[in-house]
Design a protein around this ligand. Structure first.
Ligand SMILES: [Fe+2]
Ligand SMILES: [Fe+2]
Length: 489
């Protein structure tokens, strides 16, 4: 918006152009989608088809009048109109994914139109696109499309293949965005369920199920992007972020163990609900500063079986959620049954519960809570979990977990021999270098913070075969006033 009396600056005009394209581009995309759909369902003479083509032509005119040229480009899961990214929301999601699907199927990266593009050319393009997208994969669909457009003398509307170099960066960006959405939605859903239980209302499990499926799908397609988000621990939202983190770690670990997708859904549900019994523990006890007295401890350690009771009362499950009940019941029992609740008869702890216990132990020990002001460093936690048998974790699972998140887990602050500070962003893609992860350098050697910093490969060597950077030690981010999660959003 321009204030009165001020001349519009370049920035203003860019902003208004952006806003214009976002608006007009959205209309263009929706009319394109509607025309494609109607053409697929009805013959060309049908009045609905005719109207949709009118609408499309009108939308094209609005854009061409001002921009002289239109470029609709798809990269990863994004759609750009004249280099402006269209925002994805629920209203236009269907049109987005439908158009994306057709363009991807034919191998089209962008559609371009210049002045003179008329209704006939658009009709031809859309009809041919539809016909070609339905051909089987043995045909070179892109080649067939361009040949047919040429034959039909379509010259003002054209197509181009995807730009290869864009792909990786965009894909990565897309995975990150997607991971963030999945994470935030899962936390919100968990909050909703736990708060309903706390207030004595029945909670719907359907939403949780969907959130867990999204987590599993995400972990299967791009594991590191979601695992990185487990560093986003909100102090106030500990109960909810903890449940989501345990779910993410458990699913990622389950995947390493070779569980099927359906088993991962089950495991994810059980993990997300492992502490659901805590919603029946009074908040004064749950958030108490300092140690618990005997009565408080009794209530706190009741959360496993309170969880079982809570799960009994949940609707929308269809069947009894017995795996989740077992997870809720067993996750503090420990391998040698010295934990709680005490088992009277000998008992084999289920593999799901053992996985959840590892994920739970790691997340709880590395996060900051009311009664634990400084989190313990991730590498120290892993060492303790592996080496102290009293902790009662399954050794093989802890080893698999270390394999998964690395000796220096994502989010660890490390000091390098260059005196730079860096935050670990992921394991080294080369498994030979488990001690040399990928890390984001966030301060220079003089200690000046750089934001957002740049990612380096700690296995990189100079011309003489010496490592350019090595980890000297792990440190506590709070000591430097660093919030690790700032570097993951
Ligand atoms: Fe627990
Ligand atoms: Fe827990």
């Amino acid at each position: 918006m321009t204030e009165p009396g001020r001349r519009p600056s370049v920035v203003d005009s860019i902003q208004t152009t952006d806003a214009f394209i976002r608006g007009a581009g959205r209309v263009f995309l929706v009319t394109l989608y509607t025309a494609l759909r109607s053409l697929k369902l009805y013959p060309l003479e049908n009045s609905q088809v005719q109207k949709s083509l009118d609408d499309l032509t009108a939308a094209v005119h609005v854009l061409l009048d001002r921009e002289k040229e239109i470029e609709l480009r798809v990269t990863g899961e994004f759609i750009f109109v004249n280099a402006t990214r269209l925002r994805l929301d629920l209203d236009n999601y269907a049109s987005f994914s439908h158009v994306l699907g057709i363009l991807k199927a034919v191998g089209v990266g962008s559609i371009r139109a210049v002045e003179g593009a008329d209704r006939r050319e658009w009709t031809t393009l859309l009809s041919v696109l539809l016909a070609v997208s339905a051909r089987d994969a043995s045909v070179n669909r892109y080649f067939e499309l361009t040949t047919k457009l040429q034959d039909a003398n379509v010259t003002h509307v054209s197509v181009e293949p995807p730009i290869e170099s864009d792909l990786n960066e965009e894909e990565e960006e897309r995975a990150k965005e997607q991971a963030k959405r999945t994470y935030q939605r899962s936390v919100a859903v968990t909050k909703e369920v736990i708060n309903s239980v706390r207030m004595g209302r029945t909670a719907s499990v359907k939403k949780v199920k969907r959130a867990v499926q999204a987590i599993v799908d995400q972990v299967l397609s791009s594991e590191s992007s979601l695992v990185g988000l487990t560093t986003l621990r909100d102090y106030d939202d500990y109960t909810f972020t903890h449940s989501v983190n345990v779910c993410i770690f458990a699913v990622a670990l389950g995947r390493k163990l070779g569980l099927t997708k359906l088993q991962l859904y089950d495991l994810g549900m059980a993990a997300l609900f492992h502490d659901v019994g805590k919603s029946r523990v009074p908040l004064e006890v749950l958030n108490k500063d300092g140690s618990l007295d005997e009565e408080e401890w009794r209530i706190m350690t009741a959360h496993p079986w309170l969880g079982v009771l809570t799960l009994f009362g949940m609707r929308g499950y269809g069947e009894v959620p017995y795996r989740s009940m077992i997870g809720a019941y067993e996750h503090h029992m420990k391998g040698d049954r010295t934990g709680y609740p005490k088992s009277i008869r000998p008992r084999d702890i289920s593999i799901f519960s053992k996985v959840i216990a590892v994920a739970d132990g790691f997340d709880a020990a590395t996060s900051r809570r009311t009664y634990q002001t400084t989190p313990i460093q991730p590498d120290a936690v892993l060492k303790e979990m592996l080496e102290n048998p009293k902790r009662g974790y399954d050794q093989i699972l802890v080893k698999a977990f270390i394999n998964l998140i690395g000796v220096y887990p994502v989010g660890t602050l490390v000091i390098l021999d260059t005196y730079e500070l860096a935050i670990v962003t992921g394991a080294n893609p080369n498994p030979e270098f488990v001690h040399r992860p990928m890390a984001r350098v966030i301060s220079d050697s003089a200690g000046t913070v750089v934001y957002p910093g740049h990612v380096v490969d700690l296995s990189a060597q100079d011309g003489e075969g010496n490592f350019q950077r090595s980890i000297i030690k792990v440190s506590n981010p709070e000591k430097y006033g660093i919030r690790v999660s700032d570097y993951f959003v």
